[in-house]
Design a protein around this ligand. Structure first.
Ligand SMILES: [Zn+2]
Length: 340
């Protein structure tokens, strides 16, 4: 869960104005009341259900591709984390239908809070100021050395904000397969599919799947971005959220766009990758997320040869090269979460 400084007091959800302060209290109480996370035992094989959500016009994985991705991730999970897992894809949605299915969750108190409060909309007139405020609070209290690793020599709020906005506009300007920008006024209703807060709510309301795999990306500005998301221009590759209904107490989402994209921004910042390299990067990121979901591991920022440390930037494949030879991912040195 991200810590979110509150931006607005009221928002309008559906038809009635919502008091965000009250909503935040309800949400925090709800999370507090969830049972503390338990580490999942490695003794028995596990089944994880996956829903696949595909948005037309973006590069995607067909059934065979997804099958190889599931098998590769299962293999890497066995060797890196010691779990015997099996993915079962139970439903495939096209994105507009999926949004219809999950839309009621955006009005369901208290899990609607992230969808109501986190997103700094790309189309908001106050966007740049709100992004600056979010970045300023993210940088506060971080050790200089870490700021330098993630953000470069000039880690001032002004410079980081400028670069962040430049990167995020370059991402949204990437052409989709129909030569339209990824996100613009034209398809502004798709913003929910790119929004961390909306995905957080979707995952918390999920009853059937342990992971949602989608060819969109969790890419945007929000009020609680951690350093590595700021450094990547708003890209959250994947994340796991609390869930009261599923056996592992959490549900994750993997956004494929940053891995599959062939646009100018990603080819420059991530590097050109072959199909096999893309698959390997996605699979390792998925293993990282399984470290959260099954072992309840906290985010690690320091162990460079461990899968528990997320890729610090978009050079996913450099990260893969660093961790795939690792025989010991130092799981014992990484702390455990009480709540996601
Ligand atoms: Zn992580």
């Amino acid at each position: 869960m991200r810590y979110i400084p509150l931006l607005m007091l009221f928002v309008v959800s559906c038809c009635k104005p919502v008091d965000l302060k009250k909503e935040e209290v309800l949400y925090n109480d709800y999370i507090k009341a969830l049972p503390d996370l338990k580490i999942v035992s490695k003794d028995a094989p596990l089944v994880l259900k996956v829903h696949y959500v595909e948005k037309a016009g973006l590069l995607a994985l067909d059934t065979e591709d997804r099958d190889s991705l599931y098998r590769l991730t299962e293999d890497l999970t066995r060797t890196a984390l010691g779990y015997e897992i099996k993915f079962e894809e139970t439903l495939v949605f096209d994105a507009p239908k999926y949004l219809k299915v999950v839309k009621s969750r955006f009005n369901e108190s208290p899990i609607r809070f992230p969808a109501l409060a986190y997103l700094i909309s790309w189309f908001s007139p106050e966007r740049d100021k709100a992004v600056g405020d979010a970045i300023s609070s993210a940088l506060k209290g971080e050790p200089q050395e870490r700021l330098k690793t993630y953000l470069g020599d000039d880690a001032s709020t002004a410079n980081v904000t400028k670069n962040f906005l430049k990167n995020l506009s370059a991402i949204y300007a990437e052409a989709d397969l129909d030569r339209h920008p990824l996100l613009s006024e034209r398809n502004k209703n798709d913003e929910a599919l790119f929004s961390y807060g909306h995905w957080s709510t979707i995952l918390q309301g999920e009853h059937e799947a342990d992971f949602i795999l989608t060819n969109t990306g969790i890419i945007g500005a929000d009020t609680g971005m951690p350093l590595y998301v700021i450094a990547r221009g708003g890209v959250t590759s994947a994340f796991v959220e609390n869930n009261a209904f599923r056996p592992y107490q959490g549900v994750g989402v993997i956004g494929l766009y940053p891995f599959l994209a062939e646009g100018e921004f990603f080819n420059a910042k991530r590097g050109r990758l072959t199909k096999e390299q893309k698959f390997e990067a996605i699979a390792w990121v998925w293993v990282h997320e399984l470290g959260h979901l099954l072992m309840k591991k906290v985010e690690n920022y320091t162990l460079e040869d461990s899968v528990h440390r997320a890729a610090p930037n978009l050079r996913y494949y450099d990260w893969v090269k660093k961790i795939r030879e690792t025989k010991n991912h130092h799981s014992d040195k990484v702390g455990v979460l009480k709540k996601f």
